[in-house]
Design a protein around this ligand. Structure first.
Ligand code: ZN
Length: 412
């Protein structure tokens, strides 16, 4: 069967116009798999139609990455070469619109020493993170997906052929990004983002000082919020040019960064977590004085422990997010093995780095400054799903009174 040219064009247009919202004269940095070169052409053309000055392309290959990890020395891979650093500097200068088309093979890193993966990641981040921090909030970006055969096979192991698996993954992706033959995706996204912004505005008006989570599976948790931090959802605004963009397609969440180091209790995951190509299943994390002090997993215990100890702040929360259980991602009913989708299935929290842009003036703050306000900083940001069907969340007001936010996994 395959997907029609018309749908592909609609999707490319949505990514460029609504997602990244490429402006006249902007440089675009496109990261896309070599396998998706045909779709890349559609995206590139649409960027130029939108007025892009230049579209730079970072061709990706899961297979090549795997080979690097398999054969090259850890020290070699950990070294950020001068030209790579120059490239990062150039990005700070250009502040390009960044478009990421993900079509990862969830098993790409299977069999690669997880220790090697994480230490390479840590070493490279030490050099490159300052540049990443320097462009945060000052450029538009979007992550969207394109199904690969390997990815589709992973999601649908029972499919009769690779083609059938890809068709099924396409169907799911297009449903979650609200693209169909009949509809106007740009209009559909307008309605969707309006709804999310209305909910975020309500939350912001409440002035909750903390959230309390409860569900029958053992989740019993409370977390303090940063008084001046805002709830955000769907879209973001580039502080430099005012362009409204949508960082994640799909997106269903309303999120904020909680007070790092101020939470208590246990969060129980309701879906498996895929990290560095490995699965962590049936797990829970217990926090004391704001830090993960213990965790237990039926599968992937060691991996989960390593994640929590990736750096000194990896065991603190950087995000809490609200997603009703009616989310189209949840309705698809399967694990995508890709955070972009899986984190939009239901309510979640994330270990690691928080978002300084939820603070007033946060875009112009250094990460060190944001940390003083309670935003966590870490080299990881890993979302895990806690949105049980019976989850209730209360917002606590300064006087101690509680207001229902979620009941039975959805807006109260
Ligand atoms: Zn999230």
């Amino acid at each position: 069967m395959g997907i029609s040219e018309n749908l592909l064009k609609k999707y490319a247009e949505l990514i460029v116009r609504t997602g990244a919202n490429v402006q006249k004269g902007q440089v675009v940095q496109l990261a896309v798999s070599v396998e998706q070169h045909r779709f890349a052409d559609l995206v590139i053309e649409e960027c130029y139609r939108a007025g892009a000055k230049k579209v730079n392309i970072d061709w990706q290959s899961d297979t090549a990455s795997r080979l690097h990890y398999l054969y090259a020395e850890e020290e070699t891979l950990s070294t950020v070469l001068p030209w790579e650093e120059e490239k990062a500097k150039q990005m700070v200068q250009d502040l390009p619109c960044r478009i990421f088309i993900v079509s990862d093979d969830p098993d790409a890193m299977n069999g690669i020493d997880p220790q090697k993966l994480s230490s390479v990641m840590q070493s490279r981040a030490r050099v490159l993170k300052p540049y990443r921090n320097a462009i945060e909030g000052k450029h538009q970006w979007v992550i969207a997906a394109y199904p690969s055969e390997k990815w589709a096979r992973k999601c649908f192991p029972d499919a009769a052929s690779a083609g059938e698996a890809v068709d099924r993954l396409w169907e799911a992706i297009l449903k979650t990004v609200r693209v169909s033959e009949e509809n106007d995706p740009v209009q559909a996204w307008k309605a969707h983002t309006d709804f999310i912004e209305q909910k975020a505005a309500w939350l912001n008006a409440q002035g909750f000082t903390s959230l309390r989570y409860h569900s029958a599976n053992g989740t019993d948790f409370s977390v303090e919020l940063i008084p001046e931090a805002r709830w955000e959802g769907a879209g973001a605004v580039n502080a430099l040019n005012g362009a409204f963009y949508i960082p994640n397609m799909p997106t269903e969440e309303i999120f904020t960064s909680p007070f790092a180091g101020k939470c208590e209790g246990t969060l129980v995951a309701v879906k498996p977590l895929s990290w560095n190509s490995q699965l962590i299943e049936d797990f829970s994390i217990t926090f004391r004085d704001g830090k993960a002090v213990s965790c237990s997993a039926r599968k992937g215990q060691e991996l989960l422990e390593r994640m929590i100890h990736m750096d000194e702040n990896a065991g603190m929360l950087g995000e809490v997010a609200l997603v009703p259980k009616e989310s189209p991602v949840n309705q698809c009913g399967f694990l995508f093995y890709e955070t972009l989708f899986d984190e939009n299935a239901c309510c979640h929290a994330a270990l690691g780095m928080g978002f300084k842009e939820v603070l007033p003036g946060g875009d112009d703050m250094s990460m060190e400054e944001a940390q003083k306000h309670g935003i966590n900083d870490s080299i990881i940001h890993v979302d895990f799903m806690i949105g049980a069907d019976d989850l209730s969340i209360d917002g606590i007001r300064p006087d101690g009174s509680a207001e229902p936010i979620f009941r039975n996994g959805t807006w109260a």
